[in-house]
Design a protein around this ligand. Structure first.
Ligand SMILES: *Cc1c(COP(=O)(O)O)cnc(C)c1O
Length: 375
């Protein structure tokens, strides 16, 4: 029996071990733990990779979202629209800053925010939109940027799952995920597509003034040492994490290609299966497959997962409870039934092992296991 975990960070590490070990040891030897040279070097390398003017590193993806919202000068009571089908961090920081999270439904195929529902949710209090590029594919940014322009709203892209994805607008302009809105955010959590060996995150912007604000807020609201011009936070990328990321960034395109190859294998195996719906692709976006997430049709999900686990095949449910049905965010404004697509997805999605090191043999084993259980 094979054992196929959701992610395999160990094999990935062993493939670049020498470089990583040296990079980490350098930091330790030089004791440049905070703001060492690797931090700036990684920042510059990522700016080049993403084709964005400013990368501002921070401590994690949740902080990135919070700092981004702080930099836009949103006021308590302002409404921020996002999707109900996401990881909690997106909604959490909105609520934490005493802004009002306004949730909207997802699209059934791509699982990303529904732009029609988004526009309907706009009120005079709406100030910003946070599209999430869920599972590695860009939200409908053409529609979202158009809505933002017409209603004068700011856009923060939650790009924690889609670093390296490209979006092509209908005029032919091609931009990377995280560089289309006012600010993009990402996470370097170990299992993310560009992961470090602990926590890490970053913000992206082409706006010089916003960049300065983001940098200041993440450093205690300080430009000149011990002079604090605004309320800030302490959110840095450790030098050790930057050193790891600097080694891994040149491999990101290969990592993405490996994920896409695994996804194509799954597509090919499951594309015509009556009980499985493979993830839809928006022709405007590439998909970097942070997750390979299918919809199960008339399948007992828990039973399928248990039977796969017996075969050593991991699977996960991202995400089992929509934001509007979470205890912390269930609000008098929302009830079960409000976002039928999100609710149906929460009941029926299942993600298969997806990482940079999946071999053909492992993929064949996963596919064989799934087809056998469903037969
Ligand atoms: C991972 C993730 C975050 C949070 O990132 P952390 O680094 O864990 O704080 C936020 N949004 C989405 C969509 C994520 O996947």
């Amino acid at each position: 029996m094979m054992n196929i975990p959701m992610v395999d960070l160990k094999t990935q590490y062993h493939n670049v071990k020498e470089e990583i070990d040296k990079a980490i040891l350098d930091v330790v030897e030089n004791t440049t733990f905070i703001n060492g040279p690797a931090v700036k070097e990684f920042q510059t390398a990522l700016e080049t990779y993403m084709g964005v003017k400013h990368v501002i590193n921070c401590a994690n993806g949740t902080d990135a979202l919070q700092i981004a919202m702080m930099a836009l000068d949103l006021q308590p009571g302002d409404e921020v629209i996002t999707t109900s089908f996401t990881f909690v961090a997106t909604v959490e920081v909105i609520a934490l800053l005493q802004l009002i999270p306004v949730l909207v439904d997802a699209l059934p195929g791509t699982y990303n925010i529904d732009p029609v529902a988004l526009e309907k949710a706009i009120t005079p209090k709406t100030k910003a939109i946070v599209p999430v590029h869920l599972f590695g594919q860009c939200a409908d940014m053409e529609a979202i940027m158009d809505i933002a322009r017409r209603h004068n709203l700011r856009v923060i892209e939650d790009n924690c799952q889609a670093i390296g994805a490209y979006y092509t607008f209908s005029d032919g302009t091609r931009k990377q995920a995280g560089t289309m809105g006012d600010i993009g955010t990402t996470s370097f959590f170990p299992s993310k597509n560009l992961g470090c060996y602990g926590d890490g995150g970053a913000m992206f912007t082409n706006d010089d003034i916003l960049a300065e604000k983001l940098r200041m807020i993440s450093n205690h609201g300080m430009k000149v040492r011990y002079y604090h011009d605004s309320i800030g936070v302490n959110s840095r990328l450790d030098t050790i994490q930057a050193a790891v990321l600097k080694v891994k960034l040149p491999h990101l395109d290969t990592y993405i290609a490996n994920r896409q190859r695994a996804a194509a294998y799954y597509d090919n195996a499951f594309g015509n299966h009556p009980k499985l719906t493979i993830p839809a692709r928006d022709p405007k976006s590439t998909h970097v497959f942070h997750q390979y997430t299918m919809v199960l049709n008339g399948v007992d999900r828990a039973d399928l997962q248990a039977k796969l686990q017996e075969k050593g095949i991991s699977s996960m449910v991202y995400y089992p409870v929509p934001m509007h049905m979470q205890k912390a965010y269930a609000d008098v404004r929302y009830q079960e039934g409000d976002f039928p697509v999100t609710e149906a997805l929460s009941r029926a999605v299942m993600s298969l092992p997806m990482h940079t090191e999946l071999t053909e043999e492992q993929l064949a084993y996963v596919v064989g296991g799934v087809l056998e259980v469903l037969s």
